[in-house]
Design a protein around this ligand. Structure first.
Ligand SMILES: [Zn+2]
Length: 381
């Protein structure tokens, strides 16, 4: 099902079983950066690693068997559906012995993970929701206006307004005076109609609370419609899309998603710039794997920035669970650390456990020149 609101997540978080654990699986099914064959192989490896991990867990036989069934069901589900699945990400929550199964199409690829726990691991779903904006989009021409609301993978037409402003007078079959009078009449008509559009948009904004507002109209209409927009909507106005009321919903949706993506990338790159400038003035920020892990271990990280898909092997201390890029002995505990396949994955998990924000920055990004990873800090210990 589509991920649309926090109520769905709360519902999922409510699921509890006295006897059994629940399996949460986050799967990167994005076909734009990997082939279908690669996806299949990566997910197979993920399931195998989960099986190994499950074998090592100190749980009752019954609990383990239920989790084992979860993995089998997920495997079966992927076998049947993966080839035709077209969303960039998938989240599955399963508790086989309680006949519990829930799946969510994700609008962006997560990192591949499988988590066994008493509760569904929903934090990542919340993070995805929080990252998305509720977007109001007004598309209009002289004849009609349509107001859409977009959130995540969903578009809704929430208002249609008929305009019927007559087309402009092209040449004066009339005397010049008469033609000017008609022109003025048409312009008044246009202003009145745009005013109505702006007013209705504002009414719906108050109800639906768009965080961003887009417009789709001819360049020449832009100043007129902006003139009538409420300041709250002007504040949220983020740009124009190439769409008319005649376009079908799919085309309009695509244009809205493209602009949203562009704006989000800009926002994230801005964050990277902020991080770099903070470092240059020796402020509360850090980059590079060693330093980032060090501050993360000491709970000093406020938000973590990482290049999407960056991964790196590393080490973890079995006693204090600190993460290291290269230490084979934990400096604190003076015991041998254990190798981990992807220390970035572990770092993201640690960050989420410590209630840090995690921002995945799409490459190419300046962050790549700073070791692919960095953080804003709460304090410098
Ligand atoms: Zn240690």
């Amino acid at each position: 099902m589509k991920l649309l609101n926090h109520a769905q997540i709360n519902e999922l978080a409510k699921f509890k079983s006295q006897k059994h654990f629940i399996t949460s699986a986050y799967l990167d099914t994005n076909k734009s950066h990997q082939t279908y064959k690669e996806i299949k192989l990566r997910l197979k490896n993920l399931l195998n690693r989960a099986k190994t991990k499950l074998g090592e867990l100190n749980l009752s036989k019954e609990k383990k068997e239920s989790l084992q069934e979860d993995l089998s069901q997920i495997e079966k589900y992927l076998h049947q559906n993966l080839s035709s699945y077209h969303h960039p990400g998938l989240a599955i929550f399963s508790c086989a012995r309680e006949n519990f199964w829930e799946e969510f199409n994700l609008p962006e690829p997560p990192r591949n993970r499988i988590i066994f726990d008493r509760n569904a691991y929903v934090r990542h779903l919340s993070a995805i929701l929080d990252e998305h904006k509720r977007i109001g989009t007004l598309v209009l021409d002289r004849k009609e206006a349509k107001l859409y609301q977009v959130f995540m993978d969903d578009i809704k037409l929430i208002e249609e307004i008929r305009g019927e402003v007559p087309p402009k007078v092209r040449e004066g079959g009339w005397e010049g005076y008469e033609s000017k009078r008609i022109e003025r009449h048409i312009e008044t008509h246009l202003h009145d109609y745009f005013k109505i559009c702006a007013q209705k948009t504002f009414n719906l904004f108050q109800k639906n609370q768009f965080e961003w507002f887009f417009l789709g109209c001819k360049e020449e209409y832009l100043p007129i419609i902006k003139e009538h927009l409420h300041p709250y909507l002007l504040q949220r106005f983020k740009g124009q899309i190439k769409a008319t009321p005649n376009d079908n919903e799919d085309k309009t949706f695509e244009e809205i998603k493209n602009l949203e993506k562009e704006l989000k990338e800009k926002e994230k790159e801005q964050l990277v710039k902020q991080l770099i400038s903070e470092i240059q003035k020796d402020g509360l920020a850090i980059t590079g794997l060693d330093s980032t892990l060090d501050y993360l271990n000491r709970s000093a990280v406020q938000s973590l920035l990482v290049t999407r898909y960056y991964s790196q092997p590393g080490y973890s201390c079995p006693k204090c669970h600190f993460l290291y890029a290269s230490y084979t002995t934990c400096p604190g505990c003076q015991i041998s650390t254990q190798p981990v396949l992807d220390v970035i994955d572990e770092a993201i998990e640690m960050a989420l456990d410590k209630n840090c924000e995690v921002k995945h920055i799409n490459p190419p990004t300046q962050l790549q020149n700073y070791g692919h990873i960095g953080a804003f800090l709460r304090f410098k210990p």
